[in-house]
Design a protein around this ligand. Structure first.
Ligand code: SF4
Length: 201
């Protein structure tokens, strides 16, 4: 059973070590991503297939807590609006899942094509778009080509090596460190709409 998020958050708020390392990791991701995007001269503004329509799953409590810390900085009226949107998105996703239909729903944090919690957004939102590599022990290196919009814009075949492996390893290590201190053993797999939907603020 997943522990109450409020209980987890109170532990997270006390854990300045994990908070600081997570902030540093996010900064490192943003700077590596920028380096890659600049190399390709890739800009994702104006993309009609906005990746905030994608159903990304997130697996760490530390990112969940970080996002909700960001959510708490918003005005109450905005929170209510986002909560309403999240409820609607979750309802639509559930309906589509029950019928086995594909579904595209915009993330409730996206307003006018911009993330209203940009500095609190989870890892996958920071890394999506440009090509990257991932090494899983015992397997061949996985190469991912980037999003469809990237492929459309790409003019040259030059390659910037963007290895996500150390980023994932650091995130896993941080989550493990937090879990060891708090005794959490349960796994999570949640979308941002679900995180907001579940949050009783
Ligand atoms: S959290 Fe922000 S960046 Fe991530 S999907 Fe939602 S709106 Fe987009």
């Amino acid at each position: 059973m997943i522990p109450s998020i409020e209980k987890v958050r109170s532990e997270f708020k006390k854990d300045t070590y994990v908070q600081e390392r997570l902030a540093q990791l996010y900064a490192a991701m943003d700077s590596t991503y920028k380096e890659a995007a600049d190399f390709y001269k890739f800009k994702c503004t104006g993309c009609k297939d906005n990746c905030c329509f994608t159903r990304f799953y997130h697996h760490t409590f530390i990112e969940y807590c970080y996002l909700l810390d960001g959510f708490d900085t918003l005005e109450n009226e905005k929170k209510m609006e986002i909560k309403k949107r999240a409820d609607e998105v979750c309802t639509q996703l559930n309906k589509a899942d029950q019928k086995g239909l594909p579904v595209w729903q915009m993330c409730p944090l996206n307003f006018d094509s911009l993330c209203c919690l940009y500095s609190y957004r989870p890892m996958i939102c920071r890394l999506h778009g440009v090509p990257h590599e991932l090494t899983i022990p015992g397997q061949e290196v996985q190469c991912h080509p980037g999003c469809d919009y990237f492929a459309e814009q790409r003019k040259e075949k030059k390659y910037f090596r963007f290895d996500r492996t150390p980023i994932y390893a650091e995130m896993a290590d941080l989550e493990k460190n937090f879990r060891q201190k708090t005794g959490i053993v349960d796994k999570i797999k949640m979308t941002v709409p679900e995180m907001i939907y579940e949050y009783d603020f």
